[in-house]
Design a binder for this molecule. Structure first.
Ligand SMILES: *[C@@H]1O[C@H](CO)[C@@H](O)[C@H](O)[C@H]1NC(C)=O
Ligand SMILES: *[C@@H]1O[C@H](CO)[C@@H](O)[C@H](O)[C@H]1NC(C)=O
Length: 254
């Protein structure tokens, strides 16, 4: 764990994921990114032998004071999962684990929309009214333990669309398209363009000390399909991708 002082905090701790080509993504309009870091207990996920469940706590003001509710699992449509959500003004969010927030229902299943992510232990953002605009959210990796060694595959870039979570080697991936990946824990993972661990290979590594690795666009790695994967690094080069605790990107509707 890496506790850090306020000097390490930035007003808007937002990573824009740089990708070749351009034009397909960018920051949200300034009116929607007035987020500021209010409280950070630990800036990275800490390795611990205990189980570390994932959860997200939402705060919103009411006539009777600030109220909170907690989600421990993903939700494809917050208006359905949380009664009255559409009329709430969320004023702050605290996460433990790795959470992705989507502008569209069903985790941006149309392949467009904005995606934001937050990760840490009791990592919080607060906001001005209307800053948090999201319709669905989910965590990456295991709900019961964000430290577990896992790989999560996503159908579209920016961790959008269908997902597939695994904890062990897999010779035949049951998804047609895999465009982004999040890995958690301490393991490296090698992904292959063909079944049975052959073809083009790439070794993905979590960022040192972070226990999470974000790979928002596999096209950047010249990896156009992922048909199998296994735990461990079986390539000469290890690929790491840095991410701040909070990041966000947008894919335009085509
Ligand atoms: C992913 O990368 C490819 C190639 O660099 C680029 O054409 C595409 O726009 C990127 N997608 C997103 C969502 O950024
Ligand atoms: C949200 O507020 C509107 C306007 O006050 C109301 O008509 C609607 O029923 C409310 N929705 C929920 C789910 O409470």
């Amino acid at each position: 764990m890496v506790p850090v002082g306020p000097g390490n905090l930035r007003q808007t701790d937002i990573t824009e994921v740089k990708q070749g080509g351009g034009g397909q993504h960018g920051r949200l309009q300034p009116s929607t990114v007035k987020l500021s870091v209010v409280l950070v207990l630990f800036l990275s996920l800490g390795k611990s032998s205990a189980q570390n469940p994932q959860f997200a706590i939402f705060y919103y003001p009411t006539d009777f004071g600030e109220i909170s509710f907690e989600l421990t699992d993903g939700c494809p449509d917050l208006n359905s999962c949380v009664p009255g959500f559409e009329n709430m003004t969320i004023s702050g969010i605290c996460v433990t684990g790795i959470w992705i927030f989507y502008s569209e229902k069903n985790y941006n299943s149309g392949g467009y929309g904005s995606a934001e992510w937050m990760f840490g232990v009791d990592y919080c953002l607060n906001s001005d009214p209307d800053d948090f605009e999201f319709s669905s959210l989910r965590h990456a990796g295991r709900q019961s333990n964000f430290d577990a060694n896992t790989i999560t595959l996503y159908e579209f870039p920016l961790f959008s669309g269908n997902q597939f979570l695994d904890l062990a080697d897999l010779p035949e991936v049951p998804m047609d398209d895999v465009d982004s990946i999040i890995i958690t824990g301490e393991s490296d993972w090698t992904i292959y363009s063909l079944p049975n661990f052959i073809g083009i290979e790439r070794c993905l590594e979590t960022w040192p000390g972070m226990l999470v690795g974000f790979f928002p666009n596999l096209s950047d790695l010249e990896m156009n399909s992922v048909r199998s994967f296994r735990e461990g690094c079986f390539d000469d080069e290890k690929i790491q991708r840095r991410s701040d605790r909070h990041g966000e990107v947008v894919t335009e509707r085509e």
